[in-house]
Design a protein around this ligand. Sequence first.
Ligand code: UDP
Length: 324
Amino acid sequence: MKTILVMGGAGYIGSHTVKHLLKNGYQCVVADNLVYGHREAVPENAVFMQADLMDKESLKKVFDSFDIEAVIHFAAFAYVGESVVHPQKYYMNNVVGTLNLLEAMKEAGVMKIVFSSTCATYGEPQYTPIDEAHPQNPINPYGRSKLMIEQIFQDYAKAYGLKYIALRYFNAAGCDGEGEIGESHTPETHLIPLILKAIKGEREAIQVFGTDYPTKDGTCIRDYIHVEDLALAHRLALEKLDVFSGYLNLGTGIGSSVKEMIQAAEEVSGRTCPVRYAERRAGDPAVLFADNKKAKEILGWSPAYTDIREIIRTAWNWELHKRY
Ligand code: UDP
């Protein structure tokens, strides 16, 4: 039986996608270097292989061992701040690493890929909602590394017949509705888990980065898209690779402010969140939210979670019962 290779399948979005694929009758091989991924996040009915994008032999071994039909590629470093300080790490792992993966795919005759891209490829928005035609001027090495890969896909499609869909995520959020897997980053930098840790008393307070943005309440607005909705979009993308190659935004199309997120988390948990107002964080645009029409049209996809309370509820459940 043909198998889907999930590179980076032990990470946050990857593991939720693996769970979704298995539930929908797919066979999966999960490959991960476990630098940021969690072995516990890989279900028992998925095959696991430790592999690293920078180790071509380990990639070759994966392709030699299984009859792989397509690859979903999540494996990347994804800390924006770190990418500014250590660009080499980001260009090597994200760009060179993906070239290594493409080389192994090509040698094995596997020419289908679904890729984790990001709204960070757009940079400072010129208008919102952001559609796929919005100019791409990323403002940090992380965003640039993802844009470079998008561009490499175009050339590989022309020259070698690669079929690709790059999914540009907005803010991935929430956890598995069944509470089996969830978000666990070290260090944690994302808003929702940090709010929940402040509510639990694991952190002193949530720092709100900037209160003087030109938004309704002065705090930044983002588009929080549930990780299960992302997982679904990856499966639908896999199923569309024969008829479509290109780029799709994945967001709800709804913008929520940092203050709204804190208030929603207080409602969901029934507890108060200690808050500290702080300076703006460098590189944060005031408002980012998606025009998701193209993903809806091409994939027949629609996000199930459109209420931030429901998204936060799944994250709160994980925060209270997490396994890793
Ligand atoms: N944010 C915040 N305090 C934090 C972490 C994040 O105020 O401790 C804000 C951040 O400025 C942004 C939003 O929350 O407007 C989402 O940030 P996150 O790092 O989760 O995702 P990003 O938008 O950077 O991908």
